[in-house]
Design a protein around this ligand. Structure first.
Ligand SMILES: [Zn+2]
Length: 80
C-alpha cells in the first residue's frame, strides 16, 4: 500500500512539475536548435530549430488541468 502511495505521489509531483515547466531543452541538439555549432548547420528536426521540446506527458497534464479548471468553474457557477 505504501508503495502505491509513493508512486501516486511521484506522479502528482511530476504533474505539478510539468505544469510549471512544460518544455525542456531539446535532447537531440541540447537546446541549440541546430545540429552543430557550425554556421551552415541544418535546423534540428526534433524541435524544428526552437531548441525546446515538450516533456513527455505535458500535453496530457495540461489537458487534465484545463478539464479540472473547467469542472470547478462550472460547479461554482452552477451551484448558485
Ligand atoms: Zn533540437
Amino acid at each position: 500500500m505504501t508503495h502505491l502511495l509513493t508512486v501516486l505521489a511521484l506522479i502528482a509531483g511530476y504533474a505539478v512539475f510539468v505544469l510549471i515547466w512544460p518544455d525542456m531543452a531539446c535532447g537531440k541538439c541540447s537546446g541549440w536548435g541546430h545540429k552543430a555549432r557550425r554556421r551552415r548547420s541544418k535546423a534540428c528536426g526534433r524541435c524544428k530549430g526552437t531548441g525546446r521540446q515538450s516533456r513527455p506527458g505535458a500535453r496530457v497534464v495540461h489537458k487534465g488541468a484545463a478539464m479540472a479548471i473547467r469542472y470547478i468553474r462550472e460547479k461554482r457557477e452552477g451551484g448558485r
